[in-house]
Design a protein around this ligand. Structure first.
Ligand SMILES: [Zn+2]
Length: 684
């Protein structure tokens, strides 16, 4: 019962972009001129200077908990995905084809009448299996049999699963020519340990609402003794949370690279019946398995034995219901949204069913939809232009590495080797995963989700017997995002991010370098940041820095962490500069390299003035505008507590570390963002 892909999926509605009273002002082709708030000095609040009028005139759509540049780019991408999915459903393509599976999945999810008519019947076999658990071996078998490929701590940063353990397959950090299986901590429905352990009044309220929500979900499913069970479930999840690692530790591959012999799990982590677990998970062909958060694995295993079987069965039953709420009768769906969508994220309304059906389809059959997307909406010209920018940004990194006076030749050599071996994939993968063995029914929404989760697990497990494939993508082409796979030294830039405000083939280069260029630079930087510093050019987990170089790097990065620690997005909640460090380094390095690459691309010529703005102003404004984001309070709090990225508005402020930004906007001592030259963080 892994997390149902839909619950936290991006919800989309059209942006409610009110006509701005400043719309009559000058236009700047390629930038959002109406967003700029000229009453704010760039040196006091650069984010508000670039986006202040947009902030005032934009309402977060009712079905969302936040809204920003990534959603703006997604409006167009989502319209394309909608056309693909609706088209597939209308086409009645031949049975067994990918297009038919896309159409049938969507049709089943949309058919709420059929879902209502079946009631809780689809859930009954699972609840019966849980009710029949009568000893430790049966508990372990159930947990093993329901293991799903649901986490990825270093590529996607997905750490949460409501299963007791998450499963991940990664390129082995010691023997990079093969894959390894990894087990991660899990077992919670709320997003993170802090939701259970934080003693603030706010979190206390959330926990009260959560307990009541569990009681209502169990009652809807006719589970007897719902209130007492809700108490025991919250108590058990709280014990589970106490074993969990924090986000910043869970994202550290050096802390996660713990190979345990399969036979030694019982000795390292006594409690759970491990042989029964591994047999049910069909992992007995693995001699060695990564225990990613070893003390949490040990703690969870101990709880399996020490907590009453009845408590476990109550928890498993509740998780089973919660994870399938979207494909159960609407009372379940509404109740689940009331807690996870409204209380935890602050969205007033659930997105329309049709929108959610499209999103669910795009998640479930991601590369089937993505293949269509790439063919129809990503022209070769966009790909070619992106590749020119990528090459220029990599050259900029090379030059910066050559110019560093503090870095030893041996460290430089490995850094440049990493740049040479960096594999950059733009748009879509070279080869597509096959869905041939997946069965999708047009009338069984519940079963489709079940089969897709099993299919995903088997596809992932099968990799353990295959050669490492650096061409495999971890994001789909229709996602507005980008990713660095640090162990593989591979970058994926999905087709859908090559759109405004990140990229526009019709605008001048300065704006594209300040937008998608900074994103490309961000991803390249991850090969060298505190995450990438762990992996050499061949993918070995080996810190390739000399001691003195790494000390210098650490000192510079700690100064950046302190800069972010000082930001308070909420009066009672600061950014955790350690939790966001890797992303903050990437933002700084990315915009720096993109700026260099843009300058080089000019070949000594002056940049064209557009809308009265110099090239430098266009570059930085474009950068400021890609971080526009508005949050509802619970969503902002959630991001601060659980996410490796600082909230967008504070990411825009990274420019205060670049000398060129000061001269571009005439920023002076005494302005809020001013840093003396010696206090500006320079990492590369
Ligand atoms: Zn990043």
């Amino acid at each position: 019962m892994t997390r149902l892909v839909i619950r936290h999926a991006t919800l989309v509605a059209l942006a409610l972009l009110a006509a701005t009273p400043l719309a009559a002002q000058r236009t700047i082709p390629g930038l959002d001129a109406a967003a700029i708030d000229t009453t704010v000095r760039p040196g006091d609040d650069f984010y508000r200077y670039a986006n202040g009028s947009w902030e005032r005139n934009t309402q977060i759509p009712n079905d969302r908990s936040s809204f920003g540049a990534f959603n703006i780019a997604a409006v167009l991408a989502d319209a394309h995905v909608r056309d693909i999915v609706h088209g597939a459903a209308a086409s009645h393509a031949a049975a067994g084809t990918e297009l038919r599976k896309v159409g049938d999945f969507y049709t089943s999810f949309l058919d709420t009448a059929a879902i209502a008519a079946r009631g809780t019947k689809p859930l009954a076999p699972l609840l019966d299996t849980i009710a029949a658990i009568n000893d430790q071996a049966a508990l372990a078998r159930f947990i093993g049999a329901h293991l799903r490929a649901d986490v990825d701590p270093i590529n996607l940063g997905t750490l949460h699963t409501s299963n007791l353990f998450g499963f991940w397959v990664t390129q082995d950090f010691n023997r990079p020519s093969r894959y390894s299986a990894a087990l991660l901590q899990g077992g919670l429905e709320m997003p993170d340990r802090s939701y259970y352990l934080d003693s603030s009044a706010k979190m206390n309220d959330v926990r009260g609402a959560y307990r009541a929500h569990i009681g209502r979900m169990l009652t809807l499913a006719n589970v007897g003794g719902a209130e007492a069970k809700a108490d025991s479930i919250v108590a058990l999840e709280t014990k589970i949370a106490a074993t969990h690692w924090k986000v910043e530790d869970s994202e550290d591959p050096a802390k996660g690279n713990n190979h345990w012999a399969r036979a030694d799990f019982a000795r390292h982590a006594p409690g759970l019946d491990w042989p029964a677990f591994f047999t049910a998970a069909r992992l007995t062909d693995q001699d060695s398995i990564l225990a990613w958060q070893p003390s949490a694995i040990t703690g969870l295993s101990a709880l399996a034995a020490s907590e009453p079987l009845g408590s476990w069965k109550a928890l498993l039953a509740y998780h089973a219901i919660e994870e399938r709420a979207a494909v159960l009768p609407s009372a379940f769906d509404r109740e689940s949204f009331a807690f996870f969508g409204q209380t935890l994220s602050g969205a007033p309304e659930q997105a329309a069913r049709d929108k959610r059906a499209i999103d669910a389809t795009s998640d479930a059959l991601g590369f089937a939809v993505g293949r269509q997307y790439a063919q129809r909406y990503f022209p070769a010209s966009a790909k070619a232009r992106a590749q020119v920018m990528v090459a220029g940004i990599i050259r900029a990194f090379q030059k910066r590495i050559d110019a560093l006076d503090w870095m030893a030749p041996s460290t430089k050599a490995e850094a440049k080797a990493k740049l040479r071996t960096l594999r950059v994939s733009v748009g879509y993968p070279d080869h597509w995963p096959s869905y041939a063995s997946l069965r999708i029914s047009p009338s069984d929404a519940y079963g489709n989700i079940d089969r897709i989760e099993r299919f995903g697990f088997e596809h992932t497990r099968a990799k353990l017997h295959q050669a490492v494939d650096k061409g495999e993508w971890v994001m789909t082409p229709q996602m507005v995002n980008a990713v660095n796979l640090p162990a593989m030294n591979v970058l994926n830039f999905p087709a859908a991010i090559f759109q405004p405000p990140f990229f526009d083939a019709k605008r001048v280069d300065a704006m594209n370098y300040g937008g998608i260029g900074a994103v490309i630079g961000h991803e390249v930087s991850h090969s060298f940041d505190n995450l990438g510093a762990n992996f050499d050019s061949k993918g070995h987990l080996r810190n390739w820095w000399t001691t003195a170089d790494f000390a210098h790097f650490q000192a510079a990065t700690q100064a950046l962490a302190r800069q972010y620690d000082a930001y308070h997005p909420l009066p009672d909640q600061a950014i955790n500069g350690q939790q966001t460090l890797s992303e903050d380094i990437a933002d700084l390095a990315g915009v720096t390299a993109a700026y260099d690459a843009w300058k080089e691309s000019l070949g000594g010529k002056a940049a064209p003035v557009v809308g009265g703005l110099t090239g430098d102003q266009q570059f930085f404004l474009s950068f400021g505008q890609i971080w526009r984001t508005k949050f509802r309070e619970p969503a902002l709090r959630r991001q601060l507590l659980t996410n490796g990225h600082a909230p967008g508005p504070w990411r825009a402020l990274t420019v205060r570390n670049l000398d060129a930004w000061y001269s571009t906007f005439g920023v002076k001592d005494g302005e809020a963002l001013y840093l003396a030259p010696g206090d500006r963080v320079r990492i590369w």
